[in-house]
Design a binder for this molecule. Structure first.
Ligand code: SF4
Ligand code: FE
Length: 491
């Protein structure tokens, strides 16, 4: 099958029997649900741009497995150039959606599981790598969206998986059969779960011998028997359910999506298992997946940052202050911060190395530095955007008020006329355009989209402390001490 179009992707979701719950109820037509649909549109953009000849070099690539043309989101990176193109593709998607487009978690899982399964097989003579290559060929040929699921609920953080009072706090094997395994557990705040055709599950921490049953990785279809999702809500999300509120929503077209994914005795056939008890490799999958996803943030968040900076510049223009030197300087600072993140994403890619399995991996130290900066800079960019926009982004009346015919003024003025009079922008700019940019900034800075731009920048791909642990491990302080000793003449 060739590359899917955006519409084919959306239609393909309808064919799945995915079980989605929201507000305590099962959602039957979740594809058209107004709170879910923007996140589907966002993934659909990864298909739409792949059809556009001007983005062919970024969005499509020749498969290393089959030689066929595939979407880069299903690719195994073959060079440092591929790694850099991945980051550039993510920046482009961020610019086009101003949201989390969700498909990267699968791409990052492919590359981490591909290289790790090779090394497990090398040690144990298992067949996980062959299983994985077969699975990925199927994914590439059908242009599927696959979710990479890592974050377990974790229960008591001071205890290992095998020590938890409730064994389901980490995904684990509850039964081993000749033809496969049965698994239970859950993954939390799982990006893009509902929109994906398949999932790859991976462990979330390094494990010891006692945790063997928790050291498990596998693929399963999103509508597998026993699997269901409970949709995560976002700030101001029910604005999407209101009538005549598309401006109030801010970004009505696109959005991100997170859910609690539950595995309730799901059967996994042997051919879809990529790790099953080889506990010492759990940490390798985690480290590699996290590294790739920390690189990813040097692309996607930069693209979203581009839109935030553009919106702030428009707000200044509409208010008539774009020539003020203080405003110009704030835009320069925002650009500097955003491009610094891009530098990190490109640098960890340019310094990538070939794995034993043959695909390319980012420089882990630089990828962790990238994500550490992402936990900070978008917050400063948003602070400056709010500073430039002014308080109106959170105090403006609703779209319904702007459109209202109800008479309030002594000369018969309507609420709509009054709103349009007092919220008028500079000459030549419509009040509606000002309204749109203010609501967009509200959405990005503290509404539903802030999940993707702010809190996800903090906790997605691992919280700041997780990067600091990796930076400590990779930072080579001993080597640096030696530099100092050599020059200072210390023996
Ligand atoms: Fe992709 Fe960024 Fe969303 Fe992760 S947070 S899935 S890298 S868009
Ligand atoms: Fe993320």
């Amino acid at each position: 099958m060739a590359l899917m179009t955006a519409q084919e992707y959306i239609e393909s979701l309808r064919k799945l029997n995915t079980r989605v719950y929201m507000f305590g109820e099962k959602i039957e037509n979740w594809v058209d649900h107004p709170m879910i649909r923007p996140s589907i549109n966002c993934v659909a953009m990864t298909y739409a741009l792949a059809q556009d000849p001007q983005y062919a070099d970024l969005m499509t690539v020749k498969s290393s497995l089959t030689g066929r043309t595939i979407n880069r989101f299903t690719h195994l990176h073959q060079s440092t150039e591929d790694l850099m193109n991945k980051v550039k593709m993510q920046r482009l998607l961020g610019q086009k959606t101003a949201s989390c487009f969700q498909r990267c978690v699968g791409m990052d899982a492919f590359n981490a599981v591909f290289s790790t399964t090779y090394e497990i097989d090398e040690k144990y003579g298992t067949h996980y790598h062959e299983n994985f290559k077969k699975f990925l060929t199927f994914v590439q040929d059908n242009d599927l969206t696959v979710d990479g699921a890592m974050t377990d609920p974790k229960g008591d953080r001071s205890k290992a998986p095998s020590q938890q009072a409730d064994p389901d706090m980490y995904v684990h094997v509850v039964e081993r059969r000749p033809d496969g395994i049965v698994v239970c557990g859950a993954k939390c705040h799982q990006t893009g779960s509902i929109n994906s055709h398949w999932h790859i599950f991976m462990p979330t921490i390094s494990m010891g011998e006692a945790d063997k049953d928790w050291a498990v990785s596998f693929a399963c279809p999103t509508d597998a028997e026993g699997m269901y999702m409970i949709y995560g809500r976002q700030s101001c999300d029910t604005r999407k359910l209101e009538e005549d509120a598309s401006i109030d929503v801010g970004n009505a077209k696109f959005g991100g999506q997170e859910a609690l994914v539950v595995l309730d005795h799901v059967f996994i056939p042997n051919e879809y298992i990529f790790l099953n008890g080889e506990y010492e490799f759990a940490g390798m999958i985690v480290e590699r997946f996290a590294g790739y996803h920390r690189q990813s943030y040097g692309g996607c968040k930069v693209g979203v940052g581009d839109v935030v900076i553009g919106a702030a510049a428009l707000a200044a223009e509409y208010n008539g202050v774009e020539k003020a030197s203080a405003v110009k300087d704030k835009l320069i600072e925002m650009t500097h911060l955003n491009e610094t993140l891009f530098c990190c994403g490109i640098a960890c890619s340019a310094q990538g190395v070939k794995t034993k399995a043959g695909n390319y991996q980012i420089d882990l130290l630089l990828a962790n530095v990238c994500k550490q900066n992402v936990t900070r800079f978008p917050y400063e960019i948003v602070r400056l955007a709010e500073d430039i926009a002014g308080g109106l982004m959170v105090t403006m009346p609703s779209q319904k008020d702007f459109n209202s015919d109800t008479v309030v003024g002594c000369n018969g003025e309507t609420i709509g006329e009054i709103c349009n009079k007092f919220f008028a922008a500079r000459e030549g700019v419509s009040t509606e355009d000002r309204q749109r940019i203010m609501r967009f900034l509200e959405n990005m800075c503290l509404g539903a989209a802030a999940v993707g731009y702010r809190t996800e920048s903090m906790h997605g791909a691992g919280s700041p402390q997780a990067q600091r642990i990796m930076i400590a491990r990779q930072g080579n302080i001993q080597g640096k001490k030696q530099f100092a000793k050599d020059i200072a003449g210390i023996k």
